[in-house]
Ligand binder design. Structure first.
Ligand SMILES: Nc1ncnc2c1ncn2[C@@H]1O[C@H](COP(=O)(O)OP(=O)(O)O)[C@@H](O)[C@H]1O
Ligand SMILES: [Mg+2]
Length: 302
């Protein structure tokens, strides 16, 4: 086990940011910490990286207690904070040398070269950080988080603010690095979790509302819920569509197209078809939508 969090709460003055949170992260996993703004994601990450103390509860990283053994924790953890604070006046290599020095690395120059290669910074390595694009600054942030070869990586919204190309590059980099490390990354982007994470922990108002394999969450949270888009050749009404067994709502999309919402264990497309026959309607199109993690997220954090 890489990370073990037990009944952690954090209160800032009067603001309760985390409320009795417990979870574990297994070695080698990439776990997504997903939640709306203000959910408590950054707070949890700051506690795990020994930047702030919890109000109550315990947390360990590789068995080291974050409050009692902070040096050991920091040796094992690489951290990319939210908004990636960097010294813009420093050159890329100069900055990595500075960070390597803080970690007392012996083989500093070879390690910098390895990091530059690993994070794809070769063509920008001679520039000042202030001259880099956001995507390349994130690479510098990842390089500094990785330079001491930590076993655990904690990345706070590593792709926020990137353009679609940069976003994909950074995600791929995280997936690649994640093959050899335990990674916990926070995000409010659902697709990111789907693209990158083995498991997702959803937080809302300082509490965990879901914690499971990404694929399982998509299934179990939405098992019985069905969204079906159907187009008829003629007019019908919301109320008559609601007479179909298990249908609880129908929304008119445009013309004679409807989005039908149902709660049922069986596929209700046959019932819709029978409804059409009974009412003298012809089904022009019929489409069952796959539930997305985005809907799960909205449902759980509303
Ligand atoms: N230093 C602080 N002082 C007071 N309240 C804070 C502080 N940091 C965070 N908070 C509050 O704690 C809650 C959780 O914040 P945060 O952990 O940053 O959430 P997230 O990263 O999920 O957006 C928010 O309501 C935020 O306003
Ligand atoms: Mg945050």
């Amino acid at each position: 086990m890489s990370i073990k969090v037990t009944n952690i709460s954090k209160i800032y003055g009067e603001q309760k940011a985390l409320n009795d949170v417990s979870f574990e992260v297994n070695t080698g996993e990439i776990v997504g910490f997903l939640g709306p703004n203000g959910a408590g994601k950054s707070t949890m990450m700051k506690i795990l990286t020994c930047f702030i103390p919890q109000t109550s509860g315990t947390a360990t990283v590789f068995g080291f207690d974050v409050a009692e053994q902070s040096l050991e924790v920091r040796k094992n953890v690489g951290y990319l904070p939210e908004h990636n604070p960097l010294y813009l006046d420093m050159y890329v290599k100069e900055y990595l040398e500075f960070i390597g020095g803080l970690h007392h690395l012996k083989n500093i120059n070879s390690r910098i070269a390895e990091m530059i290669e690993m994070t794809g910074l070769q063509i920008e390595q001679k520039k000042k950080i202030g001259a880099l694009s956001k995507g390349y600054r994130q690479r510098v942030g990842l390089a500094q988080a990785l330079i001491h070869d930590p076993k655990v990586l904690i990345l706070d919204e590593p792709t926020t603010g990137l353009d679609p190309n940069q976003l994909e590059e950074i995600r791929n980099l995280i997936i690649q690095v994640g093959k050899e490390k335990t990674v916990m990354l926070s995000t409010h982007i659902m697709q990111e979790v789907e693209a990158v994470c083995d498991r997702v922990i959803i937080v809302n108002n300082g509490q965990i509302v879901a914690n499971d394999k990404t694929s399982i969450i998509q299934k179990t949270q939405t098992q019985n819920k069905q969204f079906i888009t159907v187009e008829f050749d003629k007019e019908t009404s919301r109320n008559s569509l609601k007479t179909i067994t298990d249908v609880y709502d129908a929304k008119n999309i445009s013309g004679n197209s409807w989005q039908i919402e149902a709660l049922s264990n069986k596929d209700i497309r046959t019932d819709i078809f029978q409804f059409a026959v009974k009412n003298g309607l012809i089904v022009l199109t019929l489409h069952k939508e796959e539930q997305r993690l985005e809907d799960v997220f909205k449902h759980l954090t509303k």
